[in-house]
Design a protein around this ligand. Structure first.
Ligand code: GTP
Ligand code: MG
Length: 405
């Protein structure tokens, strides 16, 4: 159907504030010849005019208006051209106030780079970001130990950090595919090996990136098609949505949850084609018509009759709390789960997890930026999956007014 496309990897760069994420990304763009000709020279000239020392992070800022603040606020997306595939880099902010942006950036990613300053070592946000990668189900993680120049390229310092990082990630059942000592500012171990880091025998950063794979569209999981909209054309009703997992074909009997109604797919609609498609799979947005008129609206979840989602009005969840006020039992919030929206209340707080040392404790409330296991009860029945079975329909967002909480 579509043209042969180059593989696309989405990579999020996370880590504590000022550990060098933007610098690393700027340098990566340079080392992979992903920048337009003359870009670096132009930025160097501009820094000079403004009387500021040149920073690789300015390359990123050239795409976004964050230069004056000197720190990353929103996530920025940039394209990197590497021989094997295209990579989109999501540069996440390291400051605690912007954790929400880090979470949204990481939620879209296939793989992550955790940047740690060799001199400062593992800090609060290094651990928290590591935990969030785990919470979001990201399994492909590499670690960059940056600013090796500030520790005199010392192997002993690197090995100590390496052990500390491995122990922390191990506690999250995450394994770093590589831990690479670099100097992002100067380019050591980014593309080329560095004489100053001669003791290091592992992959360069670009080699380590080559080992990451785009997460395959989950065609082998059960069909999950959350309905986004229903369009009425003359007599026909076209149900529109994106297939989150699995696949479907004309003639399949679909179950719509939580309404518990079934019908067969009569057609898969398309525009500007000679013949309508007869099947579609995960990752595609589709419009389908049914062989009978069902009352189905936005928020319904279509599956095959044989492998339906769970229907429930109470479930246990692990969540990361970003709300301004602590989360307490009895609190009502809006739940957004695939395309469904409904009110939920916090029935109980089971435990709060300390992302610093991974210990769990009982608590009566969840503070901002903390992780907790809670039980939520909804007013209406919900169609959902366990995260392990079907990650896309096993995660959700809580909204407080207009804010993601
Ligand atoms: P936030 O986006 O605010 O979280 O920061 P960041 O992680 O993107 O850090 P950024 O790239 O802005 O770098 C912070 C500072 O560290 C800048 O002054 C950089 O010049 C400096 N820096 C980055 N990499 C290196 C390095 O390899 N060596 C040295 N000595 N300094 C570096
Ligand atoms: Mg930055």
């Amino acid at each position: 159907m579509s043209q042969q496309q180059r593989e696309l990897l989405k990579l999020v760069v996370v880590g504590h504030v000022d550990h060098g994420k933007s610098t690393l990304v700027g340098r990566l763009l340079h080392e992979t010849d992903s920048l337009p000709p003359g870009k670096v020279e132009a930025i160097k000239a501009m820094s000079e005019r403004r009387g500021m020392p040149f920073e690789w992070a300015f390359v990123m800022d050239a795409l976004q208006a964050e230069r004056d603040a000197g720190l990353t606020i929103a996530t920025t997306q940039i394209w990197l051209r590497t021989p094997r595939r295209d990579t989109v880099i999501i540069d996440a902010p390291g400051h605690k106030e912007f954790l929400k942006n880090m979470v949204t950036g990481a939620a879209q990613a296939d793989a992550a780079l955790l940047v740690i300053d060799a001199q400062e070592g593992v800090r609060e946000q290094s651990r928290r970001h590591g935990y969030l990668l785990h919470l979001l189900g990201l399994r492909q993680v590499a670690v960059v130990v940056n600013k090796m120049d500030l520790v005199d390229y010392d192997e002993a310092r690197f090995r100590a950090l390496e052990r500390e990082i491995q122990a922390y990630l191990g506690g999250l059942r995450l394994t770093a595919s590589a831990i690479v000592p670099v100097v992002a500012r100067d380019g050591d171990s980014i593309r080329h090996r560095s004489a100053k880091l001669a003791w290091y025998r592992g992959p360069t950063l670009i080699e380590a990136l080559g080992d990451f794979h785009p997460l395959s569209a989950s065609t082998d999981l059960p069909l999950r098609l959350p309905i986004q909209d229903v369009y009425k054309f003359d007599e026909r009703r076209i149900l529109v949505g994106r297939i989150e997992s699995g696949w479907l074909k004309v003639g399949d009997r679909l179950m719509f949850s939580p309404q518990n109604r079934t019908a067969r797919i009569a057609s898969i609609e398309a525009w500007g084609v000679d013949r309508l498609p007869t099947e579609a799979e995960a990752g595609q947005s589709v419009g389908i018509t049914l062989d009978e008129q069902l009352f189905v609206e936005r928020g319904a979840l279509a599956s095959h009759v044989e492998r339906p989602p769970v229907e429930t009005d109470v479930f246990r969840a692990r969540l990361f709390w970003l709300g301004r006020e602590p989360l307490r039992v009895g609190r009502a919030l809006k739940l957004k789960l695939h395309t469904a929206e409904t009110m939920v209340t916090v029935q109980s707080i089971e435990k709060v997890i300390d992302t610093g040392d991974l210990s769990a404790s009982a608590a009566t409330q969840v503070e901002r930026n903390a992780v907790a296991e809670v039980v939520l009860r909804s007013r209406a029945m919900l169609a959902l999956d366990t995260h392990a079975a079907c990650p896309r329909t096993g995660r959700f967002v809580l909204v407080d007014g207009y804010d993601i909480a």
